[in-house]
Design a protein around this ligand. Structure first.
Ligand code: ADP
Length: 543
């Protein structure tokens, strides 16, 4: 017997329709490339999205066509999120921090038909425009007055606001199968070519419900959300969708991602929640500290993408009364998998105990199942000290990559994350490493993240990466690559002494090298593969 409830496909456009109808007065505020602060309501944004959907149709964009963006977080990017997916085309967010060759590869692979860009990336557009095979129209996301004087250099350049001007907003979002592709995001591809993850309307709407839940990212109509995490990488962790679902105020930082610009926007717009990778918060905290500032409204921030150093959790908690929600996920997971929100018993813990729980990557949100397995694929118990390969499954987790790239990625229906983790008896998962970053010393694993967390708790350390260096007896031993805080003094001996009592003695790094900068990838993560190439043959003391 079938249930007798209405059949309504879960479509991304329904989120915007809801925001317009029930939260029409709510604001979307953007710091723009043009230098101004732009304000519009959900009502205005929805109307502009409908006009853009018509404009894309007029340009010949058809159902299923890919429309790319190369843009910061801003209202026009948000309008495109809905205009493109809502009309049945596929929003392909390109990462502007990638090398132009990679952008050309990805745009060709995706067969992008239209590419919309912020003016910041005009030089990049000029570098790639003659090389891509399928892009017919290049849309500058600005008004006529700000169009580049040398626009004619790229044939087919159009102006976003002109496209909107030419349309009215009488447009009904089409209804179609919820399994239709909605957006496309390529993994950074630290090894091999980038692979595309093709989200569907259904997977996106289900993921939106899940991240909005109170024990997840807890998105509410009373929140003012500033996503620092870029809309060009995994849909800004789903916040542009969740904000519409909840009717929350949105604040977009545009290109102003330095500590000062972010802090000013947090304060001016009374931001309550934010989200980003640890490297962003490092810059913000440094600015706040150097100028003796406090956050007057910000109370929660989601940190993920790489491990949040416990020292950062404490700084936010003890000095700023900001609760860090440590979250874990991947491009392949839309991206959220786990969030570090407490269970009742954790409230009884002292501060030390609570921070220890928060340092873990958290527990699974409903919809995501996870397990850890040994090298033969046998499931490992929870609560033990053993870590294993972390596998996940769920309705917003990739089944296969775009165009079948890389073959079938699944193992018995589970997606192998490439992360090595432990899971405690309460279901809190803790990443000990990425499998390719694990250090194998005498056949035993040493978790590089633990060592980095300790190093980063030292007041003189700005950033630390722990990598494997070759060792004649132990195969590999940990080498710490450290970037000091500006003006700080620190010796190898002082830093190694700092590990004493904090970790099993044999885990202590064998050596420290100080560097001017640690290379960061396109999504703000430390590029340990580059450091490994550089320091693999570093001569360890006593080796
Ligand atoms: P990439 O940047 O490699 O394309 P993602 O941005 O999807 O991929 O990153 C996914 C990976 O980032 C995870 O597999 C994990 O290794 C790492 N990661 C994400 N969040 C966390 C976290 N909170 N702690 C530790 N590692 C994390």
């Amino acid at each position: 017997m079938l249930g007798q409830m209405m059949q309504q496909p879960l479509l991304i456009s329904s989120l915007l329709v809801h925001a317009e109808r029930h939260h029409g007065e709510q604001e979307v505020v953007s710091r723009r490339v043009e230098g101004d602060i732009h304000r519009e309501t959900y009502r205005e944004m929805a109307a502009r999205s409908r006009r853009m959907a018509k404009a894309l149709g007029a340009l010949g964009v058809k159902f299923g066509d890919r429309v790319a963006t190369l843009a910061w977080n801003g209202h026009r990017h948000m309008e495109l999120y809905y205009a493109v997916s809502g009309s049945g085309a596929v929003l392909h967010t390109l990462n502007p921090r990638l090398h132009p060759d990679q952008i050309v590869y990805i745009a060709d692979h995706a067969e992008d038909q239209v590419l919309c860009f912020d003016m910041t990336f005009w030089p990049l557009i000029q570098a790639v425009a003659g090389r891509t095979k399928t892009v017919k129209h290049w849309v500058a996301m600005t008004a006529r007055a700000h169009m580049p004087a040398d626009a004619a250099k790229v044939p087919g350049v159009l102006c976003y606001e002109d496209l909107l001007e030419a349309q009215d907003d009488a447009f009904a979002w089409p209804s179609f199968d919820e399994n239709t592709a909605s957006s496309l995001c390529y993994t950074s591809g630290t090894t091999g070519n980038p692979k595309g993850v093709l989200y569907s309307h259904r997977s996106t709407v289900l993921h939106t419900f899940a991240i909005a839940l109170p024990d997840s990212l807890s998105v509410s109509a009373t929140d003012c959300i500033l996503p620092v995490v870029p809309m060009f990488h995994v849909n800004a962790w789903g916040l542009p969708y969740a904000a519409c679902m909840a009717g929350a105020k949105l604040v977009f930082p545009g290109p102003g991602l330095d500590g000062k610009s972010l802090y000013e926007l947090f304060e001016a717009e009374r931001v309550t929640v934010s989200a980003g990778v640890p490297t962003v918060w490092q810059a913000l905290l440094a600015h706040v500290e150097a100028n003796g500032l406090k956050f007057s409204t910000m109370r929660r921030t989601v940190i993920g993408g790489s491990a949040c150093p416990p020292a950062m959790l404490r700084k936010f908690g003890d000095e700023h009364d900001v609760r860090v929600l440590h979250a874990w996920g991947m491009t392949e997971m839309s991206p959220v998998g786990t969030v570090g929100t407490f269970k009742p018993k954790h409230h009884a813990l002292d501060a030390e105990g609570r921070y220890a729980v928060m340092a873990k990557q958290g527990r699974a949100v409903y919809g995501v199942d996870m397990k850890i397995v040994d090298e033969r694929g046998a499931e490992l118990p929870w609560g033990g000290e053993t870590s294993g390969d972390l596998l996940v499954r769920g309705p917003w987790i990739v089944q296969q990559y775009f165009k079948g790239e890389g073959g079938d990625p699944l193992q018995d229906g589970w997606f192998p994350t490439g992360d090595v983790a432990k899971i405690d008896t309460d279901g809190f998962m803790q990443i000990t490493d990425r499998s390719k970053d694990v250090i194998k010393s005498g056949g035993e694993w040493i978790g590089s993240i633990d060592l980095e967390n300790i190093a980063m708790a030292h007041p003189a350390v700005a950033m630390a990466a722990c990598i494997a260096a070759r060792h004649p007896k132990w195969d590999e031993r940990p080498l710490l690559v450290v970037m000091k805080k500006p003006g700080a003094t620190l010796t190898r001996e002082e830093l190694l002494g700092f590990f004493e009592g904090k970790i099993a003695k044999w885990w202590t790094p064998d050596d420290v090298v100080f560097v001017e900068a640690i290379p960061l990838g396109a999504t703000g993560k430390m590029q340990k593969n580059k450091l490994r190439d550089q320091f693999r043959d570093h001569l360890l003391p006593g080796a």
